[in-house]
Design a protein. Structure first.
Length: 134
């Protein structure tokens, strides 16, 4: 599995200085929620606030990018784990099965192709509604 992880403190600092389409993570009110905030050339930027474990899933046709804005998360893979902290970005290549987890509240921005279902083909009760804009 090839993945990319970089530190992006400057991106996070600039995020806190400007609003993303006039919305910030505190506009996301529920602890487990996904809301689209921006669409650029068929890619959505989504604000996510979550705690606990998600479901095993993959995205067969698109990479998925996590940028942690506050807190910390673990991304579990079948062959190991990756810890992603505030100010870090992690790219999950398309087709790689994964499950996210946060012991305490984590706020992140996801960047993924428009129409990507958050649970992939796994479905279930944690599938977010399509196009939940704030």
């Amino acid at each position: 599995m090839k993945s990319t992880s970089i530190n992006c403190d400057e991106l996070i600092d600039s995020y806190h200085d400007i609003a993303v389409s006039e919305f910030r993570v505190h506009d996301v009110v529920s602890i487990i929620s996904v809301h689209d905030v921006l669409n650029i050339v068929n890619y959505h930027f989504k604000l996510v606030k979550f705690q606990g474990e998600f479901v095993w899933h993959d995205h067969k046709d698109t990479d998925e990018v996590f940028i942690v804005l506050d807190g910390e998360m673990t991304i579990h893979f079948r062959d190991g784990d990756a810890s992603v902290k505030k100010g870090e970005m992690f790219v999950i290549p398309k087709g790689v099965e994964h499950k996210t987890c946060a012991k305490s509240e984590c706020q992140a921005m996801l960047v993924e192709a428009a129409g990507t279902v958050n649970t992939g083909d796994a479905g279930g009760g944690k599938t977010a509604p399509a196009d939940a804009w704030i």
